[in-house]
Write a protein that binds this ligand. Sequence first.
Ligand SMILES: Nc1ncnc2c1ncn2[C@@H]1O[C@H](COP(=O)(O)OP(=O)(O)O)[C@@H](O)[C@H]1O
Ligand SMILES: [Mg+2]
Length: 300
Amino acid sequence: MRALRYLNLNREIHTVLLLDTAVGSLAQQGPSLIDIPTTSNAFCSREEVVESIIQLLLQDNPCRVPLHSPGGIGKTSVAVAAINDEQVKERNGRHIYFLGCEAIHSGEALISALAGFFKVPRDPNTRTALLAHLASLGRVLLVLDSLETTAQSDRQRLGELLGRFNRVSSLSVVITMRGTQAPEGLNWNALVPLQKLPLQAARQIWVNISKKMDDTLNELLERLDGLPLAIHLMALQGKDLAPSVLLAASEREAFNLVKATGTGRLHGLEASIRLSLDSRLITNERHVQPIIPVLCLLPN
Ligand SMILES: Nc1ncnc2c1ncn2[C@@H]1O[C@H](COP(=O)(O)OP(=O)(O)O)[C@@H](O)[C@H]1O
Ligand SMILES: [Mg+2]
């Protein structure tokens, strides 16, 4: 049976894949199975925005929630926190679906992925059949995560599909995507774009992941510009290395950068990535090194 399966790779790079697998006892629940990502133990802060999304998801009317902001700011994490809320789960029954759209390059491919999941036959009428199927489910919540690839490659067809979603009165949609604008088509609810995290929250993430503390921690974290991805990557390094060691290393990287280019400030994310690349784990695993820069560019 087809299932949406969440994979957490190395605890930091995660994605959702469409898999054709037998899922044991879950199979007995029928096609409307929930297998949504769970909230990370390190997740903190963002109470206000998560609560505002939860309130939208609990309304009687369907909602259309656009989470669009730069990569690594925490869009997916916020969406996941909201859909894991107990009241939201209860309100939507089993019909909560989470689809990672990183590899979906066209509106047609998105229809095909959804049709495959919902077992709607793929033919010239797939879109109509898919919409009819969604309408037949009653209250449904669909999360389209990392929709930027689809939006960039096929904005028009995506807009058309989202426009059709408007007509399914029981369908709520949450999207996450990099960028400053949500795609056209749906009447989006207003939502404040995610902001960088304050120092206090960065410290909390650090404490949740790494136990190593010293007097230089604030300075190290301030260099990471409140970007959750950068903080998360640095905190993983902080499992092995003290903040003072990481601070010195990031200063060294910044110095090398200036020396090499004659200019430039090392941004928080770049510093975290460079130190991750230099980490003992990575240098011991030489075959892993070439793929890390590519992985860091991926939406998740
Ligand atoms: N509020 C948060 N608390 C703790 N970690 C977070 C938070 N937001 C994001 N992260 C971490 O930062 C990284 C990037 O977050 P993610 O939600 O994937 O960002 P985006 O979807 O905007 O690219 C992930 O490793 C995630 O676990
Ligand atoms: Mg994301």
